[in-house]
Design a protein around this ligand. Structure first.
Ligand code: ADP
Length: 439
């Protein structure tokens, strides 16, 4: 027999006994009825307590009860605990899921049926220029006010992606954002965004590069084929023929230099940065490039330049010898090529106060106006186009210099005054410089 039935019988019996003591048969029956009534009131109160607790659904504050109600409470408490555990698991899974979407390099926005933002990751907020917290619940059409996007939203045709301008680093340089909407669920929308600014920039640079290379190669090729045609069709005197052949060889040489510079650049870009390399005596490097520059000056300048090396510091440099020689020789040959004949050119290695080392080439040439300086190391950028061509320039020399220096952890500095001259400095970090020879 359950505890509840025993309690009921006890109260009925107690009521009946009390009635019987009172005297009549009617009283006995009435007493039993009152006992049953009292039990149902007590039971009702217990049920109310349980219901009250169930409404609060707090397993930690379960009422302490016995019997059937106690069992109801215990079973409900266990069910609550199970549900709580399940909910905590789902919460954790949702958190992981949202963290994964947050980490995505692409923007993700969830829109409700009316086009209001329900959730978005930080990437989308940055790419589209809104606040991921404050703008929740806002209509996306009010936040992204690009006409292409407005028309896209209004059309309801989302099979293709669209491109709009994003906020970018500054208003004059907006970013390029690709957007596509994917409808899901009950009229909800998933908006995905992708920043393609860098990809488009790289693509534009690639196009420019191909156009520049084609142009650089086409010019000598046109000249060459013109001479070939002349030689084929017109009978020439020996002297003219030799002159033409000389000019043809010059053009062929120009193409060869261009191809060789292009190969050097692609090698520098494609290979990993060199390690410490070998320790090289800077005096030895300097001697080599100065001799080379004097040779070039004798060929192209009238009168030749006054070229001297000032090597007072006993510096050793750690790096790749061929690359360092190529950078130094490019800087010196530029000084020779752009400084009028008879000008002065000085080159030296020196130790700087912070322990870094510099290779400096100073000339008394035409100088370079300030606005050109930031662009000098761009491929094919030339200040003096005709002088560059006349002296066999490819427009790639300083790009090669910049790459070599960057690979060695250093930087290129330029100091120039128009009409007075230019100083190019290749600065290498202290870790690559030693004042005394090793070993
Ligand atoms: P190029 O093959 O045309 O010399 P570079 O990349 O070596 O190409 O140099 C880029 C441009 O910088 C040159 O076309 C020239 O106009 C300018 N320049 C480089 N060095 C000097 C210099 N010492 N004096 C004046 N102008 C220079």
């Amino acid at each position: 027999m359950t505890r509840r039935a025993i309690e009921l019988l006890l109260l009925v019996a107690l009521g009946a006994v009390a009635g019987w003591i009172r005297g009549t048969e009617g009283w006995t029956f009435g007493g039993a009825l009152a006992g049953a009534l009292a039990w149902s009131v007590i039971d009702g109160l217990r049920a109310r307590r349980v219901l009250h607790w169930l409404n609060k659904a707090d397993p930690a504050r379960a009422p302490h009860m016995h019997g059937t109600w106690g069992e109801v409470v215990e079973r409900s408490r266990k069910a609550f605990r199970k549900l709580e555990k399940k909910a905590a698991n789902s919460d954790a899974r949702l958190e992981d899921f949202l963290a994964a979407i947050q980490a995505s390099p692409n923007g993700v926005v969830l829109l409700d049926a009316a086009g209001r933002i329900e959730w978005c990751n930080l990437t989308a907020a940055n790419q589209l220029g809104f606040d991921p917290q404050r703008d929740l619940g806002q209509y996306i059409r009010n936040l992204v006010r690009h006409p292409t996007f407005t028309a896209y939203m209004a059309s309801g045709q989302f099979q293709h992606e669209i491109q709009i301008d994003g906020p970018g680093v500054r208003p004059s340089q907006p970013s390029k954002i690709l957007l596509q909407i994917h409808p899901y669920g009950k009229k909800r929308k998933l908006l995905l965004s992708r920043d393609v600014t860098a990809v488009q920039l790289a693509e534009a640079m690639r196009r420019d590069f191909v156009a520049n290379v084609s142009h650089e190669i086409r010019t000598p090729l046109t000249v060459l084929s013109g001479f070939v045609e002349t030689l084929q069709n017109i009978p020439l005197e020996e002297a003219d023929r030799n002159r033409y052949l000389g000019l043809m060889s010059q053009q062929a040489q120009r193409m060869q230099t261009l191809v060789s510079d292009l190969l050097t650049l692609s090698r520098l870009e494609g290979s990993p940065a060199p390690g410490q390399g070998e320790w090289i005596d800077s005096g030895e490097l300097l001697e080599h490039v100065v001799q080379e520059a004097r040779g070039l000056s004798e060929v192209i300048a009238q009168p030749p330049h006054d070229i001297a090396a000032l090597d007072n510091a006993s510096i050793w440099v750690a790096g790749v010898k061929t690359e360092l020689l190529s950078a130094m020789s490019n800087l010196l040959s530029n000084a020779v090529r752009y400084t009028p004949g008879g000008g002065t050119i000085r080159a030296h290695w020196a130790l700087r106060a912070d322990g870094s080392g510099e290779f400096c080439v100073a000339d008394t040439g035409p100088g370079i106006a300030e606005e050109h300086i930031p662009r000098l190391t761009e491929r094919f950028y030339r200040v003096d186009r005709s002088r560059s061509r006349e002296t066999g320039g490819t427009g790639l020399g300083l790009a090669i210099v910049k790459h070599v220096i960057q690979r060695h952890g250093g930087q290129l500095e330029v100091d120039s005054t128009v009409g007075e001259g230019t100083r190019f400095m290749m600065v290498l970090p202290a870790s690559r410089i030693r004042v005394h020879p090793r070993g």
